[in-house]
Design a protein around this ligand. Structure first.
Ligand code: ASP
Length: 619
């Protein structure tokens, strides 16, 4: 990816880059500067691969320069400037763009030396993960990593282009703000000048972007760092980047269209992909019911069949179960939830294969006690691990309910609602992966809509905001929120509380089973926002202390508004075909949240602590 025309990359040090010379340049006198990637000696001549950001060019140092070479022995990663003539190579290398030529070196100078690098800086490196993280500045010289950062930059530019064309304005919001944890923990920063007081780093610019709407900047965006002190799960970064956006005078439909447009435009600009079809939409309930999670991977079907469930849909607790209840099979009879998937064309799985899958669902991460299977044989007969309880007729009925055809293998899990639903969803994804249904190069977008506004927090027997406290309820659910007391009298029956049915004016964008963005239409009236804080168990004083500025702003003509934020690192990793967001961050933290290159976090001096009026009580 060249940003400037080649000639603009010329300087006092070089006439060309290491990626640009071709056979059309033969006989030209040029100067290159770069890093020594490899040195190969053949008798009295030496070949060097010289690397810079743009590529690799082969240098040929002939006998006449041997004396100079002996005086200046070269090594890997030395920084070199060479002057020479572009010549045709005798053995061409079709694998690199400069492979037809080499430079017959006339003179060279070592601009800087390098000690022996801890790993080889090339595509197939011998450096392990930890070593490469510790010497990230060397790892960043490698093509693989460079390609990822280039992709990141092009996604950044594509997003900016689109947003700029649509009148969005990039406005910076502060990093030193007030701690108002809701959801994740805040990272805090002690204030020297205000002893005993702390700033927090923003988990997102949420309240600021809403204030900007109050101020009349009707289309805002920022590609911005966010900080969340969460327990680290694999592939989470304590600091990460969002494409953060907000708009005024819009409804949900406007936002969906605008940002569907943005993602499609990014696909087009970055990958040349025309994503012509309208992005599908699915309600949260349908996602949970059919796929067992709120970010379904719809690149493949294998929908879940709910043979028996306590799932709440359309405000009703749905109870299926006629098919399986009463056969005397305790595992199904006593389970809250029994769910099945039909795995296409796998009826001939061997005992060993099924045992292996059973072990897979029994792993602590999935946590099932066992798995039932029904083989829908190609000849139309059925064979199951529960033949004792279910006759052919019943198995046939279950198969038809599970949408299985002859040749499919039905896998059934039973247990408590939440765990079983998650387990079948994990199993579906795992099989989708193993059977090659989750193709890396297929991009499938989906909007998930109509989330519940509240989630029940068992520990405190109260409601928490599923998205965040600024999300508006669906217009016709506002009165349910206003008219009802949020208090949950009977914890066991929280699902019957009217608040359990309130749907949010919120949306998530899902790409290949990953949530890449999420947002909502916001509350913009003080009374409703106050009611929301009360619903979340905040006293009036607490709400004022934490969010008085926002409540105050809502009294000065806040326009209707809404927005969304995209996980920029994740978006890049998916577009780069990688599982890991770390690969797309120049200087990432490791899985324990440490920067191993800087060795941070670290202790600080007594003196610094004193200035900050902090006394530690850790040894
Ligand atoms: N600020 C929200 C988040 O970080 C996104 C939004 O509602 O716009 O998830």
């Amino acid at each position: 990816m060249l940003l400037l025309k080649n000639e603009k990359l010329r300087s006092m040090y070089r006439t060309h880059t290491c990626g640009e010379l071709r056979s059309t340049n033969i006989n030209q006198e040029i100067t290159l500067a770069g890093w020594v990637q490899t040195i190969r000696k053949f008798g009295s001549i030496t070949f060097i691969d010289l690397r810079d950001r743009y590529g690799i060019t082969q240098l040929l140092i002939g006998e006449e320069l041997n004396a100079l070479l002996n005086e200046n022995p070269l090594g890997r990663e030395f920084v070199l400037q060479v002057k020479g003539i572009v010549s045709e190579r005798s053995s061409k290398n079709a694998n690199i763009p400069t492979g037809d030529i080499e430079i017959k070196v006339k003179s060279f100078s070592v601009l800087n030396k390098s000690i022996t690098p801890p790993f080889t800086v090339q595509d197939d490196t011998d450096g392990g993960d930890d070593l490469r993280m510790k010497f990230r500045y060397l790892d960043l010289r490698r093509n693989e990593v460079k390609k990822n950062l280039e992709l990141r930059y092009s996604v950044n530019r594509a997003a900016r282009n689109y947003l700029h064309e649509n009148n969005f304005m990039d406005i910076e919001t502060p990093f030193l703000i007030k701690s108002t944890p809701e959801g994740a923990r805040d990272f805090v920063v002690p204030s020297r000048m205000n002893a005993g007081q702390f700033y927090a780093l923003p988990q997102s610019p949420q309240t600021f972007k809403q204030l900007l709407m109050v101020s009349g900047y009707d289309r805002y965006y920022q590609i911005v760092k966010c900080f969340r002190d969460e327990d680290l799960r694999a592939d989470r970064q304590p600091e990460f980047t969002q494409i953060d956006c907000e708009m005024s005078f819009v409804e949900q439909e406007d936002i969906l269209n605008m940002f569907e447009g943005m993602i499609k435009s990014i696909f087009k600009q970055v990958k040349g992909i025309d994503y012509a079809e309208k992005v599908g939409r699915m309600t949260w309930e349908d996602a949970m019911w059919n796929y067992g999670n709120d970010k379904p991977d719809i690149r493949f079907d294998m929908k879940i069949a709910n043979l028996k469930s306590a799932f709440k849909k359309d405000g009703e607790i749905i109870a299926t179960g006629e098919l399986i209840n009463g056969a005397g099979f305790g595992v199904f009879d006593n389970a809250e939830t029994v769910v099945a998937i039909a795995v296409p064309n796998c009826s001939e799985y061997t005992r060993k294969q099924i045992d292996e899958l059973t072990d897979w669902v029994k792993r602590p991460q999935v946590g099932m006690n066992g798995m039932v299977n029904i083989k829908c044989n190609v000849d139309g007969s059925f064979k199951s691990s529960v033949d004792k309880f279910y006759d052919e007729e019943k198995l046939k009925a279950i198969a038809s309910f599970a949408n299985a055809k002859a040749g499919d293998l039905i896998l059934i899990l039973a247990g408590t609602e939440e765990r079983t639903r998650k387990a079948i969803s994990d199993l579906r994804l795992e099989l989708g992966q193993r059977l090659g249904f989750r193709k890396k190069d297929e991009l499938k977008l989906l909007w998930v809509l109509d989330f519940p506004l509240f989630e029940y927090a068992e520990e405190d027997n109260r409601w928490v905001a599923r998205h965040h406290p600024f999300t508006a309820p669906k217009p016709d659910h506002i009165s349910v929120m206003i008219d009802n007391d949020p208090l949950i009298e009977n914890a066991a029956e929280y699902l019957k509380h009217p608040y359990a049915n309130i749907k949010a004016n919120a949306y998530d964008m899902v790409l290949n089973g990953n949530e890449i963005g999420g947002g909502s239409i916001r509350i913009f009236q003080r009374e409703l926002q106050e009611k929301m804080f009360t619903a979340l168990g905040m006293s009036k004083e607490e709400a004022l202390h934490k969010f008085g500025f926002l409540l105050g702003a809502f009294e000065y003509g806040a326009p209707p508004h809404g927005g969304i934020a995209f996980g920029f690192d994740r978006l890049c990793s998916i577009l780069g075909g990688s599982e890991s967001i770390r690969d797309f961050i120049a200087f990432p933290k490791n899985n324990s949240g440490r920067d191993v290159m800087l060795d941070a976090p670290s202790t600080i001096d007594e003196k610094q602590l004193k200035e900050l009026s902090i006394q530690l009580n850790v040894q």
